[in-house]
Design a protein around this ligand. Sequence first.
Ligand code: NAD
Length: 307
Amino acid sequence: MSDSAASGTIAFLGLGHMGGPMAANLIKAGHSVLGYDPVPAAVEAAKAHGIPMAASAAEAVAGAAVVLTMLPSGQHVLDAYRGGNGAPGLLSVAGPDTMFLDCSTINVDEAREAAAIAVEAGHRSVDAPVSGGVVGAEAGTLTFMVGALPEDFETVKPILERMGKRIVHCGDHGAGQAAKVCNNMILGVSMIAVSEAFVLGEKLGLTHQALFDVAANASGQCWALTTNCPVPGPVPTSPANRDYQPGFAGALMAKDLRLALNALESTGVAAQMGPLASRIYDEFAAGDGAGRDFSGIITDIRDKSAT
Ligand code: NAD
């Protein structure tokens, strides 16, 4: 692949909640995109947004300069790269020196493995998970956390800029996933801490506004409090004001904390808060929290508290 990757065809695999609008933004910006998704509803939605669709992943990838994946998990990415169950591996279908650009959120170790097998097959590899959710995907305002060799970062940057507004080069292969998992571990832990503090404040007779006015301007200040405040009122745009409609769904927070837990275990970090947050969000997501904003954890804490 020459570094005209930005002008070659982009095979876009995985046109779900995130991939659909991201691919639509690439098309709007004038890129040639050929999509593939095995789910008929996703195919119809993509076509309705003007995204040309291939009948198979192999058809989309043959002749593409870039293979962009936006899939549910690392296993999906590795299976697609390697092939199996009658489907050819995309690494063998792609032309030499193709850019494999994975934007899914997956384990750091899986991202490094994906990069290793892509490079071994004669290709280039970048991990570029996102934050910003469906709203950011639609508006083209995602943040991309990128793990790539410096020259590969320069190649993918103009493509990512069509879908996002902040593109951060975090280091070599796997560094994008590492940054994402560390950030989301902070977010999960801090949301639990903020929620526990509001429930404690309620028990102690504090109004939500009083606690907010103090903590938002003091050392308790954090995104979970000042942007995604788990109680209605102080931040009118936070999901708490619309009965915890996401936002960032509990199922996704539970997934990201499991990835953090895996990374903590594989690196041997003596962490306690991360694993605990993972357990708390697994429980939340096992119930109706899966589809609610992750700040809805406050209702679990309140419900389980003494009356
Ligand atoms: P989704 O389930 O809506 O979309 C995934 C799509 O991949 C589905 O349409 C599925 O049919 C398709 N797919 C599965 N296997 C495939 C294959 N082999 N080839 C092609 N397509 C295949 O998920 P999503 O919400 O769009 O999330 C995608 C990724 O982005 C996940 O890794 C998620 O963790 C991450 N993410 C999601 C959000 C969010 O708010 N939804 C935010 C940040 C990151």
